[in-house]
Design a binder for this molecule. Structure first.
Ligand code: KIV
Length: 282
């Protein structure tokens, strides 16, 4: 009789073809030294594109406040604004791990509030994990969420929900603040966070935190030594207007592509070229 074959632990991308990526896959990837990308999505169509492009983790970020709802910060967005977007992203994907950002004011007041909000994102929208901003001040919430079976991703450095305290969107963790950030990161890992986003911190600090933590770090404006990288997809693809922070690469100029498409179509409608006979039903 053949010996039973031990199931092999699939790699992050290998596993994504058969089943959803899980936070355990992210942990194993860190242990193998395998880097991975996380991208934002807010609707089913783009989420499906990213899923089919083998992006293993999709974040329904509260950046939706700006890129979907047109606010100038993440402060005003609510749970009711984000739930339908998360539901659409979950519906549009088959393989990626879906992370839902908990919006400002939906978890800070205590453990019960955090549990209520996070449960809604898992039960009503199909998210698999939640992301929360802050370090030691929200440890009880993180610990309780993990104890309840909800994977948590932390977020340190430039935490946009605290922009009014930070005094603007600026690099964080310089000088002595770096030690505080390191303590926050270690504390989050200790209470069971699955990963930590490091936003706008010096590259050397992000490298040190990454080397000190047993869990993956996900950088945005944090240099090249984090375990993963995250970007807002409209920034990556050149849809957002105006000057961008220096860490934002432009892999495409979708603003120009869309502008050309609608301008050409508009001209064709005006001069009667569209619709032609090939667009009409006999
Ligand atoms: O809301 C968001 O998109 C984020 C990422 C930029 C990390 O928090």
């Amino acid at each position: 009789m053949n010996e039973p074959v031990e199931p092999t632990v699939p790699t992050l991308y290998g596993s994504s073809r058969q089943r959803r990526v899980t936070v355990r896959d992210l942990q194993l990837a860190k242990e193998r030294g395998e880097r991975w990308p996380m991208i934002t999505a807010y609707d089913a169509v783009t989420a499906r594109i990213f899923d089919q492009a083998d992006i293993p983790v999709i974040l329904v970020g509260d950046s939706a406040a700006m890129v979907v709802y047109g606010y100038d910060s993440t402060i005003p967005i609510t749970v009711d604004d984000l739930l339908p977007l998360t539901r659409a992203v979950a519906r549009g994907t088959q393989h990626a791990l879906i992370v839902a950002d908990l919006p400002f004011g939906s978890y800070q007041s205590g453990v019960a509030q955090a549990l209520d909000t996070a449960s809604r994102f898992l039960k009503q929208a199909g998210a698999h994990a939640v992301k929360v901003e802050g370090g030691q001040r929200i440890l009880p919430q993180v610990e309780a969420l993990v104890a309840a079976g909800i994977p948590v991703i932390g977020h340190l450095g430039l935490t946009p929900q605290s922009v009014n305290v930070l005094g603007g969107y600026r690099v964080q963790g310089r000088g002595e603040a770096g030690e505080q950030l390191m303590q926050d990161a270690k504390a989050l890992a200790q209470v069971g966070a699955s990963a930590i986003v490091l936003e706008c911190v010096p590259a050397a600090l992000a490298a040190k935190v990454t080397a000190s933590l047993p869990i993956p770090t996900i950088g945005i404006g944090a240099g090249g030594d984090t375990d993963a990288q995250v970007l807002v997809w409209q920034d990556l693809c050149g849809l957002t207007e105006g000057p961008a922070p220096k860490f934002v690469p432009r892999y495409a100029d979708m603003r120009a592509v869309i502008t050309d498409a609608v301008t050409n179509w508009s001209a064709d409608v005006r001069d009667g070229t569209y619709p032609g006979p090939e667009h009409a039903y006999n």
